[in-house]
Ligand binder design. Structure first.
Ligand code: SF4
Length: 405
């Protein structure tokens, strides 16, 4: 019988790893115990996840983490894989959760990863669960373990935490940025691409410049023995980075994010503004402002979804930091020193105008008639007030909505 105290504690302790789109909610279990559950966005929409650690007993010294060996909170809890599978299965059968996000503190990297995998196997094979599973890849996991995790999970992730080997060493001396994290990400990438047979090994892999970030090589269509490429096509790959924990600049964070999207097959990078936790070595370090995290999400969106180039993205930064202003507006001020005539404009020009998103850019650029008023532009999907300073409509450039007929 698994104690409610353990279930509740290991779920709550997983909150150190919250993603921006997750919301914590508590449901009463029995007596005075509440179970923390996580509202999350998944590829199939919003769902409630059972997010938990296998154990909170960690031998690592990450200075920001409540579960580290240098934290003062040391009451240790642990699931066996069978216990975890039973708890999740009972919550899923009662309709309380629609998915699992399973992580673990690290007692031994390979052994702790093995326990995650074993729990996942029991849930998939013995409990016949076909829903959403997100498995955390632990730093130090083997290539085989990562491959197995990707055969079980819908999503896998390994946290970057910081921007470089030296920054990470400052806050987590047991983690090797290149070997424990980037190399494992490259394995995930190569498995997704179906090039597992030629996965990178050794020092040659480590990226020195963006052009070196293509370590796996191989044909995306290859299907090496034992890798069910068709199934893995649906596995998403995410990561997380802390913002403002160790003096890193926003440009350093953004540049790493861009390389991750370009070369690591990353689906999403989640940004998490640093919050000091009482009882950890960083408890007196200043929290990072939430707006900084949010501006990084906006910059990420421009690069990842709107396909801005790195050169264009430079315009959003002031001495390597994002001001607390919409980066799309900052970039537009540089790109459109003369207003853009909306009639005849290309989709990729229009999408760079504040107030015009991808759908509106497509609609406006394919509009057969002539746009002669702000009203027509709004009807085609633009947000007039935001677009006005950057556009001309039928030759007219005005700065207020009322100036247009
Ligand atoms: S590896 Fe680091 S971040 Fe993860 S649980 Fe252990 S101390 Fe926390």
């Amino acid at each position: 019988m698994v104690s409610l105290e353990k279930v509740s504690a290991l779920s709550e302790l997983a909150s150190y790893d919250m993603e921006q789109e997750e919301r914590l909610k508590f449901i009463p279990l029995s007596g005075e115990k509440d179970l923390p559950l996580y509202e999350a966005k998944t590829p199939k929409g919003r769902c409630t996840l059972f997010k938990t650690l296998m154990t909170n007993n960690c031998k690592m010294d990450c200075k920001y983490c409540i579960n580290s060996n240098c934290s003062k909170h040391r009451a240790a809890h642990k699931y066996s894989p069978a216990e975890l599978a039973e708890v999740f299965s009972s919550l899923a059968k009662r309709g309380l959760v629609q998915g699992l996000f399973l992580s673990s503190s690290i007692e031994d990297p390979v052994d702790s990863m093995e326990k995650i995998l074993e729990a996942g196997r029991i849930i998939r094979m013995e409990k016949s669960y076909r829903g959403y599973i997100h498995l955390k890849i632990l730093p130090g996991s083997s290539f085989e373990q990562i491959k197995q995790a990707m055969e079980i999970a819908n999503r896998v992730s390994i946290n970057l935490e910081s921007v470089s080997p030296s920054h990470l060493a400052e806050i987590a001396s047991n983690k090797d940025f290149k070997n424990d994290i980037l190399k494992r990400q490259a394995w995930i990438r190569s498995i997704i691409k179906g090039s597992a047979a030629s996965h990178p090994q050794g020092e040659d892999f480590f990226p020195k410049s963006p052009s070196d970030w293509n370590p796996g090589g191989g044909s995306p269509d290859a299907n090496p023995e034992g890798v069910p490429t068709r199934a893995l096509m649906h596995v998403s790959h995410t990561s997380q980075i802390m913002v403002g924990v160790d003096g890193e600049s926003d440009w350093e964070i953004f540049s790493l994010a861009a390389s991750e999207y370009d070369y690591m097959n990353l689906t999403r990078l989640y940004y998490s503004a640093f919050k000091p936790i009482a009882g950890t070595p960083l408890e007196n370090r200043a929290a990072a402002p939430l707006w900084r995290q949010n501006r990084l999400y906006q910059a990420d969106w421009l690069y990842r979804v709107y396909n801005y180039s790195r050169n264009e993205m430079h315009f959003a930064f002031d001495e390597d930091f994002l001001p607390n202003t919409d980066p799309k507006v900052l970039i537009a001020r540089e790109l459109f020193q003369k207003p853009l005539e909306v009639n005849g404009a290309e989709e990729n020009e229009l999408i760079r105008i504040p107030g015009i998103g991808p759908k509106a850019a497509k609609t406006i650029s394919s509009f057969k008639g002539k746009i002669t008023s702000m009203r027509t532009l709004s009807q085609l999907g633009a947000i007039a007030g935001r677009a006005l300073p950057f556009v001309k409509i039928d030759g007219l450039h005005q700065t207020t909505i009322s100036s247009f007929s």
